[in-house]
Design a protein around this ligand. Structure first.
Ligand code: SF4
Ligand code: FES
Length: 368
């Protein structure tokens, strides 16, 4: 018997506009899929403009321009200006590698509201190693200054893992020096490239506990000066996070070729077919797409989620992680201690973090 369609949720809060998969960096924890899209397949400026208009009409409040590296798109300013004219709050998620003073000013003039800059490490050699590129730290610190000089509020985004967690305190200091109002300390999330590199990235329990202490102390010390967002790691958790705030509840992604996804890793779930903005209006996809409805709400859940009091708090955790670790996207996320696979997940984390770190497999266009 087929499952009844879940009730339609409120309009999505935010759209992640993945303009391109092209990127000057090759981070081994990149959230992009293993198979990356080439420039020739990317949506045109006109289609993106229509998508932004449709998003605003649907009720979306924020658009996050992302990639890959969105600065590679020459029409970025035009898209920001269009989004702003539709009343959308605009955020740019960038590596900052190709920024210039003129470009930073042009982005601000186009109506950009906020910039989010990635930092790989506070140490130049580590920053290059984790980005798979050269001279990254100097370019990024220069970019932070350019964004601030253009009057843009700045968030630094630091993906943390076994190789850079000992620099967390220094990362907080760097955020203050660079004039950021917010620092996102995000432990690597293991899908796509990060799953491939899991053993090279997995921290120990002691590293995680220390990081949590550092963040708690810094939050108390820097209250009013720096906001620190903290994304804890799943592998040592007792309960999962509500990935994306729940599948098809608050967010949608449009990927570089126009597929509309409930999360950035959704294409790993082979059973799902994703609709495309070149074929249907965004509102129709949000409301009726079988891929969005597959895990929307709580009706699809198996036990133990089905009868769990947290089912409408964490929405069963992450579908992509459930697939990656159990082979079944509808299984309880193994980050939950009630999942039959939880102990296995925890043991893998402990074993990998205790073994010598293998070399990185860097993000490459050909999937390496
Ligand atoms: Fe969340 Fe399911 Fe675990 Fe309950 S059993 S805490 S709903 S993942
Ligand atoms: Fe896809 Fe969590 S990343 S549901």
């Amino acid at each position: 018997m087929s499952q009844p369609a879940p009730p339609l949720p409120a309009p999505p809060l935010a759209l992640l506009a993945e303009l391109t998969h092209r990127c000057p960096l090759a981070c081994p924890y990149c959230s992009n899929p293993l198979t990356l899209e080439r420039a020739a397949n990317e949506l045109t400026t006109d289609v993106w403009r229509r998508v932004l208009s449709e998003a605003a009409k649907l009720g979306v409040l924020q658009v996050h321009f992302s990639g890959g590296e969105p600065l590679i798109r020459k029409d970025l300013e035009a898209l920001i200006a269009h989004a702003a004219s539709c009343g959308l709050y605009t955020n740019l998620i960038t590596s900052g590698m190709a920024l210039s003073e003129a470009r930073a000013r042009a982005l601000a003039d186009a109506g950009l509201d906020h910039a989010q800059l990635s930092l790989q490490d506070t140490d130049a050699a580590g920053a290059d190693l984790f980005a798979g590129s050269k001279d990254t730290l100097a370019k990024k610190t220069a970019s932070a200054a350019m964004l601030r000089a253009a009057g843009l509020p700045l968030t630094l985004n630091a993906v943390m893992h076994r190789g850079n967690l000992h620099h967390l305190e220094a990362m907080i200091g760097m955020a203050l020096r660079l004039g950021a109002g917010r620092l996102e300390v995000a432990h690597a999330q293991y899908y796509g490239w990060a799953l491939r590199n899991r053993a090279a990235l997995m921290p120990s329990r002691a590293q995680i506990d220390r990081a949590s202490e550092i963040v708690a102390a810094a939050r108390a010390r820097l209250s009013g000066r720096l906001v620190i967002d903290y994304v804890p790691p799943d592998y040592y958790a007792a309960r999962p996070k509500a990935c994306m705030g729940g599948w098809g509840r608050r967010f949608l992604n449009v990927d570089p070729v126009g597929r509309v996804l409930p999360c950035h890793a959704a294409t790993t779930i082979a059973e799902l077919v994703f609709e495309n903005v070149t074929e249907k209006p965004l509102a129709e996809i949000w409301a009726n797409s079988a891929a969005f409805n597959r895990f929307r709400g709580a009706g699809w859940m198996p036990e133990p989620c089905r009868s769990c009091e947290r089912k409408e708090l964490d929405w069963g955790g992450c579908r992509c992680q459930a697939l990656a670790l159990t082979g079944d996207a509808a299984a309880t996320d193994p980050a939950c201690a009630l999942s039959p696979q939880h102990d296995e997940m925890f043991a893998a984390a402990q074993a990998e973090s205790a073994a010598p770190a293998p070399e990185f497999i860097y993000r490459r266009m050909d999937g390496a």
